[in-house]
Design a protein around this ligand. Structure first.
Ligand SMILES: [Zn+2]
Length: 154
């Protein structure tokens, strides 16, 4: 069965091609490229969204797909923005990551394959998940602002 092109929450899930990725990453800084395109990790307690307590939505920095809602953000003490559930499970993709001598679950944007962070099972109720994100992989939109999804093949 082909993957759905629109998620249950109504967002475009048509996958980015390499050309789409290159185009939308063209203005990235070296650190953005390192984290988002090459599975890097920003230093803890440095991300600009760690202390953000406003209501709204966190979207993918590369393609604009909403990934997490502010009301699922919690203070994990790890130094990275943490959420107990995604905006829509179809908006993220989990991959087994065996780098650095550990087995972890990497999370990427389901649409553009941007690296987001990792998910762990030591989060708070109701899910007990801890989605540990890089601020740099996210773009915050306050309540009332709508993330603009970047188009495929444009
Ligand atoms: Zn994306």
């Amino acid at each position: 069965m082909p993957a759905p092109t629109v998620s249950a929450s109504g967002y475009d899930l048509r996958p980015f091609t390499d050309a789409d990725r290159d185009k939308h990453a063209a203005g990235f800084t070296p650190e953005e490229r390192h984290v988002i395109l090459h599975q890097g990790t920003e230093r803890p307690f440095c991300g600009t969204l760690l202390g953000n307590k406003k209501s709204g939505v966190y979207a993918c920095r590369l393609c604009g797909l909403p990934l997490y809602k502010a009301d699922s953000k919690f203070e994990s003490g790890t130094g990275w923005p943490s959420f107990y559930q995604p905006f829509d499970p179809a908006h993220i993709r989990e991959i087994v990551d065996r780098s650095h001598g550990m087995i972890r679950t990497e999370i990427r944007c389901a649409r553009c394959d941007a690296h987001l962070g990792h998910v762990f099972d030591d989060g708070p109720p109701p899910t007990h998940q801890r989605h540990c994100l890089n601020s740099i992989s996210l773009e915050f939109f306050a309540e009332g602002e709508k993330p603009e999804q970047r188009t495929v093949g444009a």
